[in-house]
Design a protein around this ligand. Structure first.
Ligand code: CUA
Length: 334
């Protein structure tokens, strides 16, 4: 009986130390959404269970290794033990109730994170290789940044243009796949002001690791200011061809792969592109004129640019006017 008492105390001590250690390790980023509260609550109970089960296995094992070592000169077999009905019932029934309890807690937590606020604001999200774009349909705003007012539920209606992506802001905890051919929904109530990042959490191609976008949780006043600023920019841009062209490059996600300042990205930069000589993969050179740019949008594989083959860009079925506007915009990038 003495061994059981010692092992029992050691298991409890070890479980507490493991839990405190895991807790101090700071496994989670800050808690920035209402939904994170019930997820973290469930997570905490799981860490407690994990700490206890870890100790329950490791402590008796190490204890046995040390205390019941074969003594010098001991050559006989160990005591033969067969069956222990009360123990077997106990280790069946107790885990059964623990699993049921966690199933209940999981369902409760899931329900809590899905709670619907009928006044939630709607933002449309488009995911494509390898950029997130956010559309505020009420204001006609399209942005690479997601701005959210604090303490208000937002419903993201998410669509993918190509493959499966996954919307994940670790500080919000909730994660949701974005699947081509359907609209997936994601509800969140940000509760902590700050600048976060959405990351893509589903391997979606060569630049998956860089598929990030800023997520800014702001006070209502800052959010309103951003909305009116963006509305003004959009209204102003819509007046000129190059402005419309720029909006098109955001709307279509072009800027996910093409930089406008010469920075190296998945696709060739647009900085100084218009009118320049472009080296192709087959060794020839073409001038980046209207015809080349138009062809590269409608049929990107027709002329593969050296260093970017094989071309990963899909064809974009834009109208003639849209392409003219984009070309007008490209001419300004020098
Ligand atoms: Cu998109 Cu990974």
């Amino acid at each position: 009986m003495g061994h059981f008492l010692v092992v029992g105390i050691l298991v409890i001590v070890m479980a507490v130390l493991t839990y405190v250690g895991l807790d101090a390790a700071g496994l989670m980023p800050v808690q920035a959404s209402a939904q994170a509260v019930s997820i973290d609550w469930l997570w905490n109970w799981q860490i407690i269970a994990i700490s206890f089960l870890f100790s329950l296995i490791v402590v008796p094992m190490v204890y046995s290794l040390v205390v019941f070592r074969r003594k010098k000169g001991e050559t006989g077999d160990g005591q033969h033990i067969e069956g222990n009905t009360p123990l077997e019932i106990a280790w069946t029934v107790i885990p059964l109730f623990i699993v049921l309890a966690f199933a209940y807690m999981g369902a409760y937590s899931l329900g809590d994170t899905r709670r619907i606020d009928p006044n939630a604001m709607v933002v449309k999200v488009k995911a494509q290789q390898f950029v997130w774009t956010f559309e505020y349909p009420e204001y006609g705003i399209i942005s690479k940044e997601l701005h959210l007012p604090v303490n208000q539920q937002v419903l993201l209606k998410m669509e993918s243009a190509d493959v499966i992506h996954s919307f994940w802001v670790p500080e919000f905890r909730v994660k949701q796949d974005v699947v081509p051919g359907r609209v997936t929904e994601y509800r969140i109530t940000p509760t902590l002001l700050g600048n976060y990042k959405v990351r893509c959490a589903e391997l979606c191609g060569s630049s998956h690791a860089y598929m990030e976008g800023p997520v800014n949780v702001e006070s209502q006043a800052d959010y309103d200011a951003w909305i009116s600023e963006q509305s003004a920019i959009a209204a102003e841009a819509a007046k000129t061809p190059e402005g419309q062209g720029q909006l098109l490059t955001v709307r279509n996600g072009c800027i996910g792969c093409h930089s406008i300042d010469g920075a190296k990205m998945t696709g060739p930069t647009w900085f100084g592109l218009y009118g320049s000589d472009v080296k192709l993969e087959d060794g020839t050179t073409v001038v980046a004129d209207d015809a080349f740019i138009s062809e590269s949008i409608l049929d990107p594989k027709a002329k593969e640019v050296a260093g970017f083959a094989p071309t990963v860009m899909p064809p974009y079925a834009l109208s003639e006017t849209e392409i003219e506007n984009i070309i007008a915009y490209l001419k300004t990038l020098k």
